[in-house]
Design a protein around this ligand. Structure first.
Ligand code: SF4
Length: 252
């Protein structure tokens, strides 16, 4: 898929999103692929149907809507193709494309999907249509405007991601019933750091807490021992799609 092309006549402003821990010039550069889309449209990397690979819905059929653009550069990112590649599509066209599948489960992902303001009417329309909506977000953008019917899967960026400074901590206070929080663990230090955050925000008493190995970086058996020995109510998860298919395969 080629990098995003925009009609040259459009000049929509960047969204007023709160972004932390990134220098403005770099931020503008990273947001460029989504900055000049026409009003009422989204830059979409891909829409596809597969099995949900993570979280408490793992194993269920799911339609994925992957939005283009991310302001972060996590060291373990498995979707860097979504940073710049995508297609400008009207919101209604995206809604229709999703609803043509009859699956009840839909995940909005990216990239960082909350960087494009039109994601909010998209989520509202899909929730109105009765879909169970999951939103996978980096944890680095304010989630306060997300429709309460949407189940937020909130990443907390660990030190091993290289983006720990980007965490928007008030998002953790907003977690509600139905949401989930995910820590991607690169090493033992990441795990110990995560336990402090889990305890500080009382996460295990509020939402499912997912502990996910950074693919190829930490031994799964070792991580399992850390989870067991922690004494916390944590859910060790693997990315099912990376076991079922080639870990580098797109659209699964
Ligand atoms: S937030 Fe997600 S999409 Fe963005 S760089 Fe990190 S892992 Fe990749």
């Amino acid at each position: 898929m080629p990098d995003v092309e925009h009609p040259s006549s459009t000049n929509a402003p960047l969204e007023q999103v709160t972004i932390h821990g990134i220098e403005p010039a770099l931020l503008n550069q990273r947001l460029r692929p989504i900055a000049k889309r026409p009003p009422g449209s989204l830059v979409i990397h891909e829409i596809y149907r597969s099995l949900q690979g993570e979280g408490t819905h793992a194993g269920l059929p799911c339609v994925f809507v992957r939005l283009t653009g991310c302001h972060l550069r996590c060291g373990y990112c498995d979707s860097p193709h979504a940073f710049t590649q995508g297609e400008v599509r009207p919101v209604q066209e995206v809604i229709d494309a999703v609803l043509q599948f009859e699956d009840r489960l839909v995940q909005i992902t990216g990239g960082e999907p909350l960087l494009q303001a039109e994601v909010y009417p998209l989520m509202r329309a899909l929730a109105d249509a009765g879909r169970t909506l999951l939103l996978e977000t980096s944890g680095a953008v304010d989630t306060s405007q997300v429709d309460p019917r949407v189940r937020v899967i909130l990443d907390v960026k660990t030190p091993g991601s290289g983006e720990v400074q980007a965490n928007h901590w008030p998002n953790l206070d907003r977690l509600k019933t139905g949401d989930e929080v995910k820590f991607i663990i690169c090493d033992q230090h990441d795990f110990e750091w995560s336990l402090k955050i889990i305890d500080r925000y009382n996460l295990t008493n509020r939402v499912p807490v997912l502990i996910s190995p950074c693919f190829g970086k930490i031994n799964l058996e070792k991580l399992a021992s850390l989870v067991i020995d922690s004494g916390r109510f944590l859910r060790l998860q693997v990315q099912l799609h990376k076991i079922l298919w080639d870990p580098n395969q797109r659209g699964v």
